[in-house]
Design a protein. Structure first.
Length: 488
């Protein structure tokens, strides 16, 4: 059973197929047709809704794609759709801004855009800052919403108008009441894995790490559900019915973000959105690329641990972490082990995870001032797209000599992989253009990329080399003279 608020109405659902997406639930079961189905893959944003939950004594509003969010994610949250925004029969401030700025034409995508802007407005109001008014904030909020007829200038104008409107709305007025209602929602009963009756698909929602460990050890064929932004595609695209899910998104132990003098520790269940401000403090080169991973709606759900466990050769997290010498803390029942990320990927979509074993934490050694770290993503479109090539580079340089080099790529092989030959060509050599040109030549022996619809093999190799040159040019040491034109 899951319990949540549909706007202000408490809801308990005990008989839902856990394969049900939030979009299907709203349109077919609840009759809320304002939420549209466009792509069913999380790419267009027409289905955007907002989930609110308690965080530090306030409501935190997050936009999500209803088409790839499964219903178990609702537990303990408030679900808001475009139908909920009216204010005593009047348009909400975000809706009014869309009208005032002539930001809608056919209207099919408009409900999703409105919900993205509503989440942006609530974030701007909650922080009592003008962060929501910046071009970058608006771009990030709308990066997952496609509009084919209006164009984005008028929508951006509506975003600025709504974020500048500091008047409260009914959600602000009822915040205390909503927080009280959310606190009263009983936790879902954790089904004993030993008494599953097999009458249909089931979803376990463990409340402790021990419950998760025991359940997954007993049912290693179950599919772990965190953000589900990739797993849900098996349901929406391939029409599969997943017989047993274990929803790990309600475990606070898997959402830790911590730093000490030696390392950073990221819980495998921490969303990419939660990782952004944390990593910005310690690894700005990492945080700067996170907005390129996907749309805001997806980053609000997707997790760094899921990005690794998915083992996609074009996953963006793996190269960045490989270049940082990251380790994984893995758990199977009560047994815990640490594994260098270098040893985690075995083959295409195959990892070192044993049956019933899962990623608990990602551990990143702290880099020092002598390290230069950057990452670059090349894709067909800037926002919300899969990489053709991803490069991450980490060099330790002291007194002009490269002490160590870790270069990692995605999209160049069946697994995310380090460039051993290019690393060797850099290590122990002076930091300079000639050294990096030797490393670029070595990349041709490190990789034999395949061609596909995203890029040819020749293009991938050339881009991989140029990204390494870009790293050198962007990371010039003080007083170093660069012949930019020659290497650009």
């Amino acid at each position: 059973m899951i319990r949540f608020l549909l706007n202000q109405t408490p809801v308990a659902e005990a008989d839902l197929d856990p394969n049900t997406t939030l979009l299907t639930y709203l349109r077919r079961i609840r009759g809320r047709h304002g939420t549209k189905e466009g792509c069913a893959t999380g790419d267009c944003g027409a289905c955007t809704v907002v989930l609110a939950q308690a965080a530090a004594g306030k409501l935190q509003y997050r936009s999500v794609n209803a088409c790839i969010t499964l219903v178990s994610a609702l537990h303990g949250k408030q679900l808001l759709t475009v139908e909920d925004l009216q204010q005593q029969g009047q348009l909400h401030g975000v809706q009014r801004a869309m009208v005032d700025c002539h930001a809608s034409q056919c209207g099919f995508c408009t409900p999703g855009i409105i919900m993205s802007l509503f989440a942006l407005q609530k974030s701007a109001v909650d922080t009592r800052a003008d962060a929501g008014n910046t071009d970058e904030a608006i771009t990030q909020a709308l990066g997952g919403n496609l509009c084919r007829c209006t164009g984005y200038r008028s929508i951006a104008a509506a975003a600025r108008q709504s974020c500048q409107d500091r008047r409260g709305d009914c959600f602000a007025a009822r915040e205390t009441e909503t927080l009280t209602q959310l606190a009263r929602l009983d936790p879902p009963p954790f089904a004993d894995p030993g008494v599953l009756d097999g009458k249909g698909p089931a979803c376990l929602i463990p409340r402790t790490l021990t419950q998760l460990s025991d359940a997954y050890r007993q049912y290693p064929a179950a599919r772990l559900l965190a953000g589900g932004t990739d797993l849900a595609l098996a349901i929406t695209l391939r029409r599969e019915s997943l017989p047993l899910l274990i929803d790990i998104s309600h475990l606070p132990e898997l959402k830790t973000l911590a730093a000490d003098e030696r390392q950073l520790t990221i819980g495998a269940g921490a969303s990419l959105s939660a990782c952004e401000p944390f990593l910005a403090q310690y690894l700005p080169g990492f945080a700067d690329v996170l907005p390129r991973f996907a749309s805001r709606q997806i980053r609000n759900q997707a997790t760094l641990g899921g990005n690794l466990a998915n083992a996609s050769p074009v996953g963006d997290g793996a190269p960045m972490l490989l270049a940082l010498d990251a380790r994984l803390r893995l758990r199977q029942g009560e047994e815990v082990r640490e594994l260098p990320l270098d040893l985690f990927f075995h083959a295409y979509r195959a990892t070192a995870l044993r049956p019933g074993e899962f990623i608990e934490q990602i551990i990143i050694p702290k880099v020092t001032a002598s390290h230069i770290y950057r990452a670059y993503k090349v894709s067909k479109r800037r926002e919300d797209d899969i990489s053709a090539v991803f490069g991450a580079f980490n060099c330790e340089v002291r007194q002009g000599i490269i002490q160590s080099a870790r270069l990692a790529y995605g999209g160049m092989a069946a697994i995310p992989l380090r460039a051993a030959g290019a690393e060797a060509a850099l290590t122990g050599r002076p930091w300079g253009a000639e050294t990096f040109e030797h490393a670029c030549l070595a990349l041709a022996t490190d990789f034999s990329p395949l061609g596909d619809l995203r890029a040819s093999a020749h293009y991938r190799l050339r881009v991989a080399q140029n990204l390494l040159r870009r790293f050198y040019l962007a990371s010039a040491l003080p007083n170093e003279r660069l012949e930019v034109g020659h290497y650009a």
